[in-house]
Design a protein around this ligand. Structure first.
Ligand code: HAM
Length: 509
């Protein structure tokens, strides 16, 4: 007897069910409308990319890349590990060809693996199965086979790929791949979709979560661009009712001034190393800036006394940061400066920002972003300036729900309550007509008793029941019953459409 296993969504992933999915659609549509009003256009990106794209851009030492990515080996078409000893010769020929044509990694380590399998194979076929012979390196045939299959298993048969932990890297890859630098003006793109990070799941933190991001790429780093991006973000949050928020901004300098500041920070951190926890101690070597991010209570007093980047910016960065603050003031955008806002991704320069929402507990950042001049170049493109952000949809929607600011979204307009098979053709026809006129209509597929029909209409939350009985069919009319107050009218088709349309204007104005 087969085991009756109950499948559940994997920890850190979840299903978004109606009516929440309606709220999500509205949230995403509002983002589209807002971003497009600022002349941003959508880019749709793949869910997985080469692992090295993320390592190079987000940074190999970051938590995201070093611990949290879902990484696996792809499989080039038509290649598989040898199942029997007789397949090994053929396997070697195929992987050699695949490496030469770039279908599988042709780096020194993969070439060495292929070489090892080939050497073992040559020995194996030439030593005539002589137990412990010289040629076989003193190995029994069973040991040789074991070794060969282990080495064949180590040959990588496809690219090393990862589910995207974020989408800025993919956007840069696409920008370069499609020569988008040649497009007129700044290239303004937005995206939305799932991202994947192997984090410890908790409220507001998932392993599959959703972002809505926007990026501006071009030749200018004018602070007006940064401010407009931030304005667009705050206008969006306003529109979706996410108003109990704080915008934090900072400048983390650029390649001219940051290295000296990082060294100064490292020196100062060395002096207090013993008082810091293990993570911060490790970061003194790997990335001292990240120590500023620490939330550990007894590190706070020490961090408060560390040198601040604002006092160590070069003149160009200082002017750029002052410009950003002027531009935000011009737009009436309230912000707070936070010198400790360094962000957990390596690609940032100058402006960084984050938006925090109330009522979310520890996972309260609903958006993070910043400038990343030089990232396109780092990935092999032309020197390009860039800035962008990503909104965490899960957390933002959670915050809207918790604040009680959920909008009344349109639901089921009409439930067609037909009675008797002779009324059914009329019901089918009017359902189609109403749907074409833009109404949400439920048409039962089976005959039901009147009481049951009205009861179901009520439970489905329909605003109206459209009653069709033999009388109505005979007189060419419909009975429209408003379920909220049981108000009832007999109408012909054109009056019915007019009544419903007027009512919709009233409720959706
Ligand atoms: P990030 O700060 O890593 O930045 O992520 C942005 C937002 O995604 C966070 O503020 C948070 O709301 C949400 N988020 C991140 N991880 C999770 C998770 N495990 N569960 C739920 N929500 C999460 C970036 O990803 C950059 N690419 C942003 C950017 C775009 N910078 C420049 N352009």
């Amino acid at each position: 007897m087969s085991e009756r296993k109950q499948f559940r969504a994997i920890k850190g992933t979840r299903d978004i069910l109606p009516p929440d999915s309606g709220l999500w659609n509205w949230f995403e549509k509002t983002a589209r409308d807002t971003f497009e009003s600022y002349n941003f256009r959508e880019i749709r990106l793949p869910i997985f990319e080469e692992t090295s794209l993320f390592a190079r851009s987000v940074g190999g030492e970051t938590d995201i890349v070093s611990k949290e990515m879902y990484t696996f080996e792809d499989r080039a078409f038509g290649l598989e590990k040898p199942k029997r000893i007789g397949d090994v010769g053929d396997f070697i020929t195929k992987v050699r060809e695949a490496a030469n044509s770039g279908q599988i990694p042709n780096d020194p380590s993969n070439r060495a693996e292929i070489e090892t399998v080939e050497q073992l194979w040559r020995r194996f076929v030439s030593n005539d199965f002589e137990l412990g012979s010289e040629e076989a390196g003193g190995l029994s045939p069973a040991d040789q086979i074991h070794l060969m299959s282990r080495s064949a298993g180590d040959v990588r048969l496809g690219a090393d790929i990862s589910l995207r932990p974020e989408a800025t890297a993919s956007t840069m890859r696409a920008y370069i791949e499609h020569g988008m630098h040649a497009l007129p003006g700044n290239v303004k793109l937005y995206y939305m979709g799932p991202m994947f990070r192997r984090e410890r799941p908790q409220k507001g933190r998932y392993r599959q979560f959703y972002q809505i991001g926007a990026e501006v790429l071009g030749q200018s780093d004018a602070p007006a661009i940064d401010a407009e991006v931030i304005e667009m973000l705050m206008v969006f949050f306003q529109r979706v009712g996410l108003t109990r928020t704080t915008l934090y901004i900072n400048s983390i300098g650029d390649k001219n001034c940051r290295p000296a500041y990082v060294e100064l920070l490292r020196t100062e951190l060395q002096k207090v190393k013993e008082q810091l926890g293990a993570d911060s101690q490790r970061r003194i070597d790997t990335n001292p800036l990240r120590v500023l991010d620490s939330k550990i209570p007894n590190e706070q007093e020490i961090i408060a006394k560390l040198p601040r980047i604002a006092d160590h910016l070069c003149d160009a960065c200082k002017e750029n940061y002052a410009g950003l603050k002027r531009e935000l003031a011009l737009r009436g955008i309230a912000y707070e400066e936070n010198w400790r806002l360094v962000r957990g991704l390596d690609y940032y320069t100058r402006t960084t920002f984050e938006v925090i929402a109330e009522g979310l507990g520890s996972q309260n950042a609903v958006c993070g972003g910043g400038r990343y001049d030089g990232l396109v170049e780092l990935l092999g493109g032309q020197p390009t300036k860039g800035i962008g952000f990503a909104i965490g949809s899960d957390r933002s929607i959670l915050s809207i729900q918790e604040s009680g600011n959920v909008p009344a979204l349109p639901g089921l307009d009409v439930f067609v309550a037909w009675m008797g098979m002779d009324t059914y053709p009329t019901a089918v026809k009017i359902a189609r007509t109403l749907r074409e006129a833009g109404f949400d209509v439920e048409l039962p597929g089976e005959e039901m008793k009147f009481k049951k029909l009205l009861n179901l209409a009520d439970r489905l939350g329909a605003r109206y029941a459209l009653i069709i009985g033999s009388d109505e069919v005979a007189s060419g009319t419909f009975t429209l019953k408003r379920l909220a107050d049981a108000d009832q009218k007999k109408l012909n088709e054109s009056d019915l459409l007019e009544t419903l349309t007027n009512e919709r204007r009233g409720t959706r104005a």
